[in-house]
Design a binder for this molecule. Structure first.
Ligand code: SF4
Length: 640
């Protein structure tokens, strides 16, 4: 369908659907290039609604990078809400890009962002609505190359049948390598397989169709076999040596999105070593952005967007080396602008309260968030987030004293070896925090407990641990619902069935692709949205695929089991994860690895990058000369 015809149909549909601005495009700072003059065309798709996709920093960064290439363009596409999908299917309107309203099938590359697993069925739905064959095996030379990236791709196997190439790791440089492959291939008369084989040679790219998976009779994984010489084993994640300059030319939407703010990433990676945290393991090494670059980035972004909120993003803000200097510099430079500045993920210590105090000045103080994750010191040692209850209560007192009325406390249930006493302790701790608040500010004090359920994610020290069953989760939640009621207390929790789905999808093997496909056929969409989530469709899909959901989630795993994601190398060694898991069983903790390097595996993998970026940019120790063994494992500075 030509863009003009598509536009005419679209304009007839828009008045009849919710939030038409989701599909209209035309925002400030969007980039519209001349389609006919630009040979390389990339559609960047986020498989959820506009409001969420437009708040995704990764997508915005890739959009900027591709559009900076003179011979390439990037345009955006998001999932359509069911009312719009129905209207599009009824009128035969294919899924299109916002900038020039070209069908997604017209692009050379369709890049799908998969930051979390519950987007998988929406990704299939986008392909279907775009008229692109769902299975990579069914795509021909005129179909776009379908690439996916994001944290959910660290176990790519469940989506392997649908994705031509996965990006494992950070996208800022690899996107240009992928474009170089497509540029060389396009018009050269070579087969699609030739392109895929070429891509498989790029550092950080995994092409699943070039591998075959073998299973034992009991269903566990036996081996992943590379079918072509270009198919590497393992596939090592891609990283950038240092953070590229922050994105400042952000698109300014016409409707409220999830985060109406300037996101400035101040640090990537985390050295804390919380054993449940996948992000903390897969984003190592820690690389920090210099203070001046953050301040200048905010300045430029304010000028280019007019936003009034700024988020200083990282996994653990208090760990940023010059955090006090940063907060002082930002507060001083923007004191007269009345900006709403946020600094998420602060450690549980009174220093964090002082930081927020300094950063927020006299602005409105909503909730202050702390994430103890577990309520007993024993449990916090198991998960490697050691903080004493006394320290937590002191911090809570400081928060109430400094003008905040609500403290949000994040916990997880389902940690390894957790008992009902540990769950009861969550309620007790919330009440103890509230009691501190009552003493200081009376009935204005509030506590909100956000209690999610632990999922043993790939590439973490807890990847061997079984999940709680539905019944166990329900019993623990019932206890919390009974205990956490009354004035000043609020409880938020996740639906156990939604937790099950996330666990299946994040721990699945390649056979899970059939389950995803069948669930999608049965109407599964927007699985991350409670009102759309269809648990029964998933159970039926498992039945039809002749797979047992409990196999993926509730099984004890031997320490030497081969996982479906073991051929994906997140650079932290499995041997390190194994040791850390065994330590957890003894309640043994590790200090922050800024204080002492535990040789987790990052440095041998990226020794050359570290050596060429000496000094403070990385938090890992410097590498001086390569040992012979390390030299053999080193990633080349210039990708294949
Ligand atoms: S190499 Fe050492 S310092 Fe770097 S992330 Fe691993 S344990 Fe931490």
């Amino acid at each position: 369908m030509r863009p003009e015809e598509l536009s005419r149909t679209l304009e007839r549909l828009l008045p009849g659907v919710q939030k038409p601005a989701r599909y209209a495009g035309g925002e400030l700072n969007q980039t519209v290039k001349d389609w006919d003059r630009v040979p390389l065309r990339v559609a960047l798709a986020f498989p959820d609604i506009y409001e969420l996709g437009m708040s995704n920093l990764g997508l915005a960064i890739l959009y900027d990078i591709v559009n900076r290439q003179p011979d390439a363009l990037a345009e955006r596409a998001f999932s359509t809400w069911p009312d719009m999908e129905a209207a599009m299917r009824a009128t035969g309107l294919p899924l299109f890009s916002l900038e020039t309203r070209h069908p997604l099938s017209d692009f050379d590359v369709l890049g799908i962002s998969l930051p979390y697993e519950t987007l998988f069925t929406n990704a299939l739905n986008m392909l279907d609505l775009a008229g692109i064959p769902l299975l990579t095996a069914d795509r021909g030379s005129t179909d776009p190359l379908v690439v996916a990236g994001g944290h959910a791709c660290y176990n790519p196997e469940p989506m392997a049948p649908f994705i031509d190439a996965f990006v494992i790791g950070e996208g800022e440089e690899v996107i240009l390598d992928i474009l170089a492959c497509v540029r060389a291939w396009k018009g050269g008369g070579q087969s699609r397989e030739a392109l895929l084989r070429h891509l498989a040679g790029v550092w950080g790219v995994y092409v699943p169709s070039l591998y075959r998976v073998h299973y034992h009779a009991d269903g566990t994984l036996q081996q992943v076999e590379a079918l072509f010489p270009e198919a590497r084993l393992p596939v090592i994640k891609r990283i950038v040596a240092k953070l590229p300059p922050p994105l400042t030319r952000l698109i300014v939407p016409y409707l409220d999105i999830a985060h109406n703010r300037i996101p400035i990433e101040i640090m990537r990676g985390c050295t804390r070593g919380c054993r449940f945290c996948q992000a903390g393991m897969i984003t190592r090494p820690v690389r920090e952005r210099p203070v001046e670059e953050v301040v200048e980035g905010i300045e430029r972004a304010l000028a280019e967007t007019g936003f009034e909120q700024v988020g200083l993003l990282s996994l653990s803000s208090s760990d940023y080396d010059d955090i006090l200097e940063l907060v002082r510099a930002v507060s001083a430079r923007f004191a007269d602008r009345h900006l709403d500045l946020s600094l998420p993920s602060l450690r549980i210590e009174t220093f964090s309260v002082e930081l927020m105090d300094l950063l927020q000045g006299n602005s409105h103080r909503s909730g202050f968030t702390l994430a103890p994750e577990a309520a007993t010191e024993r449990m916090r040692e198991i998960i490697n987030k050691p903080v004493s209850t006394q320290q937590l209560l002191e911090t809570a007192r400081a928060i109430y004293q400094h003008g905040w009325h609500t403290i949000k406390l994040y916990f997880m249930i389902g940690h390894p070896s957790e008992t009902l006493e540990d769950v009861q302790a969550i309620a007790d701790l919330c009440k103890a925090v509230l009691a501190e608040g009552r003493q200081l500010i009376g009935n204005r004090a509030k506590v909100t407990a956000g209690v999610s359920t632990f999922i043993p994610k790939p590439h973490t020290p807890f990847q061997w641990v079984p999940c709680d069953t539905l019944e166990q989760i329900q019993a623990k939640q019932a206890l919390l619902k009974r205990q956490l009621r009354g004035r000043g207390l609020k409880l938020n929790w996740n639906h156990p069935q939604e937790t099950m789905l996330e666990a299946w999808l994040s721990r699945g093997d390649r056979r899970m692709g059939e389950v995803i496909y069948r669930a999608w056929q049965r109407g599964a969409r927007f699985d991350a949205w409670s009102e759309h989530f269809q648990y029964d469709a998933w159970l039926q899909a498992f039945q039809e695929a002749d797979l047992d959901p409990a196999f993926y989630t509730h099984r004890d795993r031997p320490i030497d089991e081969i996982f479906p994601w073991d051929h994906i190398d997140a650079a932290v060694k499995k041997q390190f994860l194994t040791e850390d898991y065994l330590w957890s069983l003894r309640g043994k903790t590790r200090v922050d690895c800024r204080e002492r390097c535990f040789a987790c595996g990052i440095l041998p993998k990226f020794a050359e990058l570290r050596r060429s970026n000496p000094g403070e940019v990385w938090e890992c120790p410097e590498v001086r000369s390569p040992s012979r063994k390390r030299a053999a494992e080193v990633i080349p500075l210039v990708p294949a």
